[in-house]
Design a protein around this ligand. Structure first.
Ligand code: NAP
Length: 349
């Protein structure tokens, strides 16, 4: 399934003329922006050491299939900054002629560099970080710049003021927030609205196995303020896919014990994964496709933000578009497995 249009990655890239034929785009809240229902995230597998050509093939493949949105952050790697650097190289080699067809995000808010100005939410950190990110990626501006997580100490006015400042400087077209609970989202949205830079988008985690946004009523608030949402880790870092149906494969995230703990893969969890997989098969889908469809069933979700380690995974996930709807019975069957599975994850967290 490696991109038939570009068998040789060393050849000059020309995007597939059919790239917009099958992708579904949703409006991002009440903005003018439409986003593909699938977005590729570069958190993992974009460190550039072992896999530059795979990374490049994944980006090409995604764009050739209508994935116009790529999600990055200052500290994705390792080392910090590596994902932006890798993306910058691929942009330079392949994507530069297509800049106006791309929607590129980056973020700041987690640990990035030593000292008091390289973490959380001060104006000092956010402004310096976006300047660095633009240099690493070779871009004049990003399409959306996020504050990556709430900062309990910096006044929200300062953090939101920094986002507004960066838009006015032309370094970001839009702004977003990530990992903010509903009450803080409301406050942030109010401040940004007052500054004349409405918050475009919220990026929370959300999956069949992670439903905090539902109990927090986050999507009610984002809808009230006309914000879109892009939900990360819809595959629960790979648990909601075929990856662990038969144990832990070599090279998988759990095998590396990195952002998916190896000890989560047990006979009990594999049992749940297999049950969910059977429901997906009944629907004529794979488990990853069902997991993506599940987060997208709420129209307030603009895009499902997934990660991948090869082109085949992206190809499989793109076929989610063949079945995006659920019957009440299917949702009940999923919940009957998800509830004990979530209890299991709680016990092992
Ligand atoms: N805002 C935030 O705080 C935050 C936090 C985390 C992530 N994010 C964003 O969300 C993105 C996605 O996060 P994530 O990668 O953890 O989430 P994910 O999409 O839930 O998991 C991705 C992993 O699932 C496996 N996978 C994907 N498709 C598959 C398929 N068809 N078959 C089998 N396995 C498949 C791959 O694992 P293997 O690598 O093992 O192959 C892949 O790396 C990140 O890249 C980042 O952009 C944001």
């Amino acid at each position: 399934m490696i991109d038939a249009h570009h068998p040789s990655l060393t050849s000059v890239y020309a995007a597939d003329p059919a790239r917009y034929d099958n992708m579904i785009y949703r409006r991002c809240g009440k903005s003018g922006v439409q986003l593909p229902i699938l977005t590729l995230g570069l958190w993992h597998n974009f460190d550039g050491y072992k896999s530059f050509e795979t990374d490049r093939a994944m980006i090409r493949y995604a764009f050739d299939h209508g994935i116009t949105h790529f999600d990055i952050a200052n500290n994705y790697g390792p080392p910090y900054g590596a994902a932006e650097r890798v993306f910058g190289q691929i942009y330079e080699q392949d994507l530069k002629p297509y800049r106006d067809e791309l929607f590129i995000s980056t973020k700041a808010g987690y640990d990035m560099w030593p000292g008091p100005y390289g973490d959380y939410g001060s104006k000092k950190y956010l402004v310096a970080s976006l300047n660095q990110s633009l240099k690493r990626m070779g871009l004049d501006y990003v399409d959306v710049f996020y504050h990556h997580r709430p900062d309990p100490e910096t006044p929200l006015e300062e953090t939101m003021g920094a986002l507004d400042f960066l838009v006015r400087q032309g370094k970001a077209l839009y702004v977003g927030i990530s990992n903010y609970p509903a009450d803080l989202t409301k406050k942030a949205a109010e401040i940004l609205r007052g500054l004349g830079t409405p918050c475009l988008i919220h990026q929370p985690s959300y999956s069949i196995l992670n439903r905090w946004t539902e109990t927090d009523h986050l999507f009610d608030i984002t809808a009230e303020y006309g914000m879109g949402t892009i939900v990360f880790a819809p595959l629960q870092h790979g648990l909601l896919s075929s990856r662990y149906l038969n144990g832990i494969p070599e090279g998988s995230r759990a095998s590396l014990d990195r952002h998916l703990k190896k000890d989560l893969i047990t006979d009990e969890s594999i049992g749940y994964i297999r049950q969910l997989n059977s429901i997906a098969i009944e629907r004529g889908q794979t488990l990853s496709q069902m997991a993506l469809a599940w987060v997208l069933k709420d129209n307030r979700v603009t895009s499902a933000l997934f990660g991948a380690s090869n082109v085949e995974q992206i190809a499989e996930n793109l076929r989610v578009m063949e079945n995006l709807s659920f019957t009440t019975e299917e949702l009940q069957e999923i919940d009957a497995v998800a509830n004990p599975f979530m209890e299991f994850l709680k016990r092992h967290s």
